[in-house]
Design a binder for this molecule. Structure first.
Ligand SMILES: C[S@@+](CC[C@H](N)C(=O)[O-])C[C@H]1O[C@@H](n2cnc3c(N)ncnc32)[C@H](O)[C@@H]1O
Length: 375
C-alpha cells in the first residue's frame, strides 16, 4: 500500500475508494517484485543459470547480453518478469479507467482556467510532427503514449501521467512527483554556485512535475517548458495554475526548438534522453548549446541506466526488453562526452555525475551536462 496520496490540486484525477484499493494492490505487488523477489534472482543466476550457460557455451557469461541469454529460460526469472509486466498492464488499466471517467470534468476545469488571466502561458502548435522514436512506440506500454487526443481540449494523457507517475514511482518521488526537478536544482546550486539563471528551459517536460521545483529554486527566473504532447501541456499548464506556479509551456520539438539563440542560462531535462534515439540525443545536445547564453549550464537528469556489473545491467535493462523503452539499454552503453563535444561544449566542462535524490527514490539519478564557454 502507498503510505501517502498525491497532493490534491484542482486538476488532479480522483480515484474512487475501490480504484485506490486496486492501485494499492498494484503498488504492493510491485514492491514485492522489485524488492524481495528481485533479491533472489542473483542467487539463481550464480547457482544455476551461469553454470548451465558456461557448460553450453564453453565460457563464463561476461556481458549483460550473456547474462540475458543465461537467464531467459530460467523459470524463476520468467515468472518474475511475467508478473512485473502484468503488474505494469494492471496499473495502467486502473489509472486509464479512472482518468477516462474524470476526463470530461478535467477538460471543463482546463477550459475555465484557460478563460481566466492565468499564470505563465500555454502555446500549442499543431504543425509539430511527432518523431518516430515517440510516434511508433507506446512508451512504457501506456495506451496512446503521451499523444492520444480523442476530443477537443483533451487532457486525458496528462491526467493519466499525473496519477500514473505517482503510482508508478510508488509515491517515493514525493506527493507532487517532483524529485527529479528538486534533485536537479539542488545539484545545480551545489555545483554551480555562481549561476543565477534569468531564464530556464525544461525540455520534454510532460506535465511539468519536474519543472515546478525550478520555479521555487530560482524564484527570480522566468521558467519555460517544452514538450511534443499537447494533452500533457494543457494538463501541465492547468496543474501549474492550480499549484500557483508561473511556467511558459510550449509545444515543440527539443531537437529544433522555436526559441532564439542564447536566450537561456540553464537548459534542463528530466528522463527525456532515454526516450529518444541516438540521432535525436545528438540533436538535443546541439540545440541546448545553441539555446544557452555564454556561461550557461545544461543538465539532463536521467534514470541511472549505467551499471558496473553485467548482472545488474541485465536487470536494469529489463524495461528496454519488456516495457517498451527501446532506447534505454542503448543509452546505458553510449559515450555521452562525444555529443557534447560535437555540440561545442568545452571538454573540461562535460560531466556525468551522481545526483542525490532529495526524496525517497531508491538509488540516485544520473546527471549529464556541460557548461557553455563564457565569452
Ligand atoms: C519520460 S517523459 C518526461 C517526464 C518529465 N520530464 C518529468 O520529469 O516528469 C518524456 C517526455 O519527453 C517528451 N519528448 C520526447 N521526445 C521529445 C522531443 N524530441 N521534443 C520534445 N519533447 C519530447 C515526451 O512527449 C514526454 O512527454
Amino acid at each position: 500500500m502507498i503510505s501517502t496520496r498525491p497532493t490534491p490540486h484542482s486538476m488532479a484525477p480522483a480515484p474512487t475508494a475501490d480504484e485506490w484499493a486496486l492501485l494499492d494492490f498494484a503498488v504492493s505487488l510491485k514492491a514485492m517484485l522489485r524488492g524481495p523477489m528481485k533479491a533472489l534472482l542473483p542467487q539463481i543466476y550464480e547457482t544455476q543459470a551461469a553454470d548451465a550457460w558456461a557448460l553450453r557455451q564453453g565460457r563464463r557469461p561476461q556481458s549483460w547480453r550473456d547474462v540475458a541469454s543465461a537467464m531467459e529460460d530460467q523459470p524463476a526469472y520468467r515468472w518474475w518478469s511475467g508478473l512485473l509486466r502484468a503488474q505494469q498492464e494492471f496499473y495502467l488499466d486502473v489509472t486509464s479507467t479512472t482518468c477516462e471517467r474524470e476526463a470530461p470534468v478535467l477538460i471543463e476545469r482546463f477550459r475555465e482556467l484557460a478563460a481566466g488571466p492565468g499564470l505563465g502561458s500555454l502555446t500549442l502548435d499543431d504543425s509539430v510532427v511527432i518523431p518516430p522514436y515517440q510516434a511508433d512506440v507506446d512508451i512504457h506500454c501506456v495506451p496512446g503514449s503521451y499523444f492520444i487526443e480523442r476530443t477537443p481540449d483533451d487532457v486525458w494523457a496528462g491526467a493519466r501521467s499525473d496519477l500514473g507517475g505517482f503510482v508508478f514511482t510508488m509515491g517515493k518521488q514525493g506527493v507532487l512527483n517532483d524529485d527529479k526537478g528538486l534533485s536537479g536544482a539542488a545539484f545545480v546550486k551545489q555545483r554551480f554556485p555562481d549561476l543565477q539563471p534569468r531564464r530556464i528551459l525544461d525540455l520534454g517536460c510532460t506535465i511539468g512535475c519536474s519543472t515546478l521545483p525550478w520555479c521555487d529554486a530560482f524564484p527570480d527566473a522566468e521558467v519555460h517548458a517544452l514538450d511534443l504532447s499537447a494533452p500533457s501541456l494543457r494538463y501541465g499548464w492547468a496543474r501549474a495554475q492550480s499549484l500557483g506556479k508561473a511556467v511558459h509551456f510550449r509545444q515543440g520539438d527539443a531537437e529544433a526548438t522555436p526559441y532564439g539563440d542564447g536566450g537561456f542560462d540553464l537548459v534542463v531535462s528530466h528522463i527525456l534522453l532515454h526516450e529518444t534515439s541516438r540521432a535525436a540525443l545528438g540533436n538535443i545536445i546541439a540545440e541546448a548549446h545553441r539555446l544557452l547564453a555564454p556561461g550557461g549550464v545544461m543538465l539532463h537528469i536521467e534514470v541511472p541506466v549505467r551499471r558496473n556489473e553485467a548482472f545488474d545491467q541485465f536487470l536494469t535493462n529489463w524495461d528496454s526488453t519488456n516495457n517498451n523503452e527501446p532506447f534505454w539499454s542503448t543509452l546505458a552503453e553510449m559515450d555521452l562526452v562525444a555529443p557534447a563535444l560535437e555540440a561545442g561544449f568545452p571538454r573540461e566542462s562535460i560531466f556525468e555525475a551522481v545526483v542525490p535524490t532529495q526524496r525517497a527514490k531508491a538509488g540516485d539519478w544520473l546527471g549529464y551536462g556541460a557548461r557553455k564557454a563564457s565569452i
